[in-house]
Design a binder for this molecule. Structure first.
Ligand SMILES: [Zn+2]
Ligand SMILES: [Zn+2]
Ligand SMILES: [Zn+2]
Length: 341
């Protein structure tokens, strides 16, 4: 019998297949391969083919828009939103509209065309996290923006148009609906219980252990109770923190380790799937929410959404999270030492 499960934060329902649950080998799709053929605007020497850089890490002190960088942030050449102008919020009868103001940036994570976030050194993953932080802190100063979303599309099936590894940032003049649902749900829980729902989830998951994938001193990674997608995982700080930018140097080191580790396990378990991840953090300007707890959601691209999902907002997930967590635990690199019977 399939099971209907409700996400305790957003109230979203999912249908979890329990009979004939899909194992990693049951997902037939193309693996993400980096071919390295053709022109790449993100490689050394092609800096003039992107818009001028906003920020770069240049250990050798080389000039702007030239090789020598270890990480580069540039505006998106085809931005979803424009940076110049005023919002001009208006009503048209009962309808609301405003100008499409926002920032759309690309974080080129490494000059190495062949690297992925799963294969690059942990120190480079950490640099990427620092770049996220730097850009969020800078864009927060712009009073037009209410939310700054960091996300990553890995592989063509997940929406990446260039194979050279990169993340994106979009600063928005409104709080996105997905985030608003999480904010509303966690605020309601907080008013009722005077506790953070994410902190409560972490404690309960640590007690039961069935959906825990890995833990280090500061971070935990989980298969959520009601995941929309097979092998979906969340990484979150174990101690309450509402905003990504509040993390310390050691926390970023441990997060980099955890993120790389989880992406390596995905590659190993599902043979290099396409995936998306998003960083959900509290909106600007008010950062210090007692009730919201930042996290990263990683969603491998294994299933297609169809009429039922679009028509209902339900999701059908063919792999119970308890099984996904077990596969991902066993994919630890190096392999966990088997416990003697
Ligand atoms: Zn490249
Ligand atoms: Zn919390
Ligand atoms: Zn979230």
């Amino acid at each position: 019998m399939p099971e209907l499960r409700k996400d305790p934060i957003t109230g979203r329902w999912v249908i979890i297949a329990t009979d004939r649950a899909k194992r990693p080998v049951d997902f037939v799709r193309e693996k993400v391969e980096i071919r390295g053929s053709g022109f790449c605007p993100f490689c050394y020497g092609n800096e003039s083919k992107t818009p001028p850089e906003i920020q770069a890490y240049r250990p050798d002190g080389s000039p702007k828009d030239s090789p020598g960088w270890s990480l580069r942030v540039v505006p998106n050449k085809f931005p979803a939103l424009g940076i110049e102008g005023t919002l001009n919020r208006q009503g048209e009868g009962l309808y609301d509209k405003m100008n499409g103001i926002g920032a759309h940036e690309v974080i080129i994570e490494t000059p190495d065309h062949k690297a992925t976030m799963a294969t690059m050194p942990v120190s480079q993953v950490e640099s990427v996290l620092w770049a996220y932080r730097d850009r969020i802190i800078d864009l927060k100063k712009d009073r037009r923006f209410r939310y700054i979303l960091i996300f990553k599309n890995h592989g063509e099936a997940a929406g990446a148009s260039l194979e050279h590894t990169h993340s994106q940032l979009i600063a928005l003049p409104v709080i996105p609906k997905r985030v608003q649902e999480e904010l509303d749900g966690s605020r309601e829980y907080y008013h009722y219980k005077e506790r953070c729902i994410f902190c409560d989830i972490i404690r309960q998951e640590q007690d039961s252990g069935v959906r825990v994938i890995a833990e280090n001193e500061d971070f935990i990674s989980l298969s959520p109770f009601a995941p929309r997608f097979p092998f979906e995982m969340w990484i979150t700080p174990k101690v309450h923190q509402s905003a990504f930018v509040e993390s310390s140097k050691t926390e970023f080191e441990r997060l980099a380790f955890m993120l790389k580790d989880m992406l390596q396990r995905l590659d190993k378990t599902l043979d290099r799937p396409a995936y998306n991840f998003v960083v959900h953090t509290s909106p600007v300007p008010e950062n210090a929410h007692d009730y919201y707890h930042w996290h990263i959601e990683i969603m491998p691209k294994l299933t297609k959404l169809a009429g039922f999902e679009w028509g209902t907002g339900f999701y059908i997930n063919p792999t119970p999270p308890e099984e996904a967590a077990k596969f991902l635990r066993e994919a630890a690199i190096p392999a966990p030492v088997p416990v003697p019977a």
